[in-house]
Each structure stands twice: as structure tokens, then as C-alpha cells.
Design a protein around this ligand. Structure first.
Ligand SMILES: CC(C)(COP(=O)(O)OP(=O)(O)OC[C@H]1O[C@@H](n2cnc3c(N)ncnc32)[C@H](O)[C@@H]1OP(=O)(O)O)[C@@H](O)C(=O)NCCC(=O)NCCSC(=O)C[C@H](O)C(=O)O
Ligand SMILES: [Mg+2]
Length: 290
């Protein structure tokens, strides 16, 4: 979350593409990632920074959360990108190719001395070293001064760096995706699934979103406007889930259940931890209702 906002659909917008930048204001995504990294060719990096600055001075009516994906700090563009982000103050900076906690600490320092204000940091988990260091990176989420608030899976780079086949059913990637979710929760972080490259096959995309929601992701990163609506639907609580949550809350307030730790409801055991889950789901439903 950026504060308490949902992150069901987070759209990458290539900063080198002015039509796409203009389009952002008309789209129903929960957040945009203005991308200075892989969607911008090396010779267009300087121009893209200018586009980014111009967009910040006139976002064309866009009023949602804004994340800027910078180039890796170790690259020739990283320092200038992060200095620009410090000046523009987006809600968050997305750091690609994070390998270790040191990358986050270095970026947090570059964003300013007062780490409790200014942009938060989202970390892309897309390198073998990040996978091996997941626990230590996630632990930074427990310290608000680290700025770290979100993990974003990057399966294109993970497949490239490991040689794993990115099959349509993601069977070889799913174990790593589950580790990313687990680590994010250990660190109190939000967590977003990777992009689906085949943006014309919306049937496959819906299945991937349903799977990602069941895996515990808060939302999905997207590359095309056609993916927004299916992602919003998949990561919003279903009417059935809302109905069940309401019945659990109601069951705990009836006088005969007052003070009980465990009750029987509709033939199954319901504990107070289920009440906490139900209350969370209802809060999420309230935020995502549109
Ligand atoms: C994939 C695309 C190159 C397809 O572009 P195109 O063929 O132009 O699509 P359409 O003609 O269908 O577009 C229709 C209109 O929608 C606008 N559009 C398209 N994409 C976006 C977008 N991402 N944001 C905003 N608006 C968008 C078009 O401009 C058209 O508008 P109009 O003409 O006014 O009607 C293209 O979709 C694209 O470039 N997508 C983003 C690519 C990107 O950002 N890639 C980097 C992020 S993914 C990544 O890095 C993965 C990760 O790191 C990992 O390792 O896994
Ligand atoms: Mg990547």
C-alpha cells in the first residue's frame, strides 16, 4: 500500500512514450510506475528525464499514486535518476536489480537525510542474489527509516539471469514467487506480482491474476491498459468473500458468543484469527469499491 491505498493494478508507463504518458490520466489503474529503466533505450535516457520533469509539472489531470523506476544506482544513469526523483518527490522510487540490503540503504541515503519523509522505496526482486538475500532485504521493512515498503517481482529478469523457462503456467517461477510473498509479509511489506508479457491474451492474464491473488500478492504490475480491469477485478474481494466475512463478524457479536475464542459457524470452526482476517478483508473491500 501507499498509505492505505490499494495496489491491485500498477501500470508501467514508458517515460519515452509521450502518448502513453498522456494516457495515464484516463486510466483506472491504482498506481503508475513511470519507467526510466528497461523501456527507455540508452540513447534516450536524458530525453526521458526531461519528459518526466515535464509530466510532473503537468500530469494532465492524473491524481493517483506515482512511482518512478530509476536505473540501477550502479549504472551510468542511476545517480542522475535518483537525484531527479529526490527533487520531484514521487510517492515511491522503484529500484531495479536490487541485490542486497546495501542497495536499499544507498538509495535511501541518496533520497535525503530525513528518511521518514519523501519517497518510499519499492524494491524489484529480479536477480539471483536478491532471491538469496530475500530475508535480509525484507527485514529492512521493519525500519521505517529504510523507506522500504514494497517488493515487486521481476520474472523477465529472473528468467534471463537463471536460465529458468518462463512457461505460460509459470511452474518453475512459482516457488520463487511464493518466497517473495513470504519474505514481504515477514518484513511488513506490500508485494506485487510480475508483468505478463502477452498482453493480447486476456484469458491467460485473468488466470494469472487469479493465481497471483491466491498466492497472496496485493496486486500485479502491468504493461498495457487492457490489463487494468482484469487486475482490479481479481485483486478485489469477491462478493462471496465479503458475504462470508460479514457473517463471521456478525457471529462474534451475538450475545452467546461474547468472549468466546472459538465458535462453530456453518459447520466449521471459526477462531478469533478468522475474525481478524474477516475484518481486514472488509476494510480492503471498502477501499477497493469503485
Ligand atoms: C507493449 C507495448 C509496446 C504495446 O504498445 P502498442 O502496440 O502501442 O499498444 P496499443 O496500440 O494497443 O496501445 C493502445 C493505447 O494505449 C496506450 N498504451 C499502451 N501501453 C501503455 C502503457 N504502458 N501506459 C499507458 N498507455 C499505454 C498507447 O499509447 C495507445 O494510446 P492511444 O494511441 O492514445 O490510444 C506498450 O504497451 C508498452 O510499451 N508497454 C509498457 C512497456 C514497459 O514499460 N516495459 C517495462 C516494464 S516491464 C519490466 O520491466 C519487467 C520487469 O522488470 C521484469 O524483469 O520482469
Ligand atoms: Mg526487470
Amino acid at each position: 500500500m501507499i498509505s492505505d491505498k490499494p495496489l491491485r493494478s500498477v501500470l508501467y508507463v514508458p517515460v519515452g512514450n509521450s502518448r502513453a504518458l498522456t494516457k495515464a490520466a484516463s486510466l483506472a489503474c491504482d498506481a503508475v510506475v513511470l519507467d526510466l529503466e528497461d523501456s527507455v533505450a540508452p540513447e534516450q535516457k536524458a530525453e526521458a528525464r526531461k519528459n518526466l520533469e515535464a509530466w510532473f509539472s503537468d500530469p494532465g489531470g492524473y491524481s493517483g499514486p506515482v512511482v518512478v523506476r530509476v536505473n540501477p544506482l550502479s549504472s551510468e544513469w542511476g545517480a542522475e535518476d535518483i537525484a531527479l526523483a529526490r527533487r520531484l518527490e514521487p510517492d515511491a522510487v522503484l529500484l531495479p536489480k536490487v541485490d542486497s540490503p546495501r542497495d536499499i540503504i544507498q538509495a535511501a541515503d541518496a533520497l535525503g537525510d530525513d528518511s521518514l519523509s519523501g519517497p518510499r522505496i519499492w524494491a524489484m526482486i529480479e536477480t539471483p542474489r536478491a532471491m538469496m538475500n530475500l530475508g535480509a532485504i525484507a527485514e529492512l521493512g521493519r525500519d521505517p527509516g529504510s523507506r522500504l515498503t514494497c517488493f515487486v517481482a521481476g520474472t523477465n529478469d529472473l528468467a534471463k539471469e537463471t536460465g529458468v523457462s518462463a512457461t505460460p503456467d509459470r511452474r518453475y517461477l512459482v516457488p520463487w514467487l511464493m518466497q517473495i510473498v513470504l519474505a514481504a509479509r515477514a518484513g511488513g511489506l506490500s508485494v506485487l506480482d510480475a508483468v505478463a508479457n502477452d498482453f493480447r491474451d486476456l484469458g491467460a492474464f485473468q488466470r494469472e491474476c487469479a493465481e497471483a491473488s491466491a498466492m497472496g500478492f496485493d496486486g500485479k504490475t502491468l504493461i498495457h491498459p487492457s490489463q487494468i480491469e482484469p487486475a482490479n477485478a481479481a485483486f478485489s474481494p469477491s462478493p462471496e468473500a465479503v458475504g462470508e466475512a460479514e457473517r463471521i463478524v456478525a457471529a462474534f457479536v451475538v450475545p452467546e458468543n461474547a468472549g468466546k475464542a472459538v465458535i462453530s459457524m456453518e459447520g466449521r470452526m471459526v477462531e478469533r484469527l478468522h475474525l481478524v482476517q474477516a475484518e481486514r478483508l472488509l476494510a480492503r473491500a471498502g477501499r477497493t469499491r469503485s
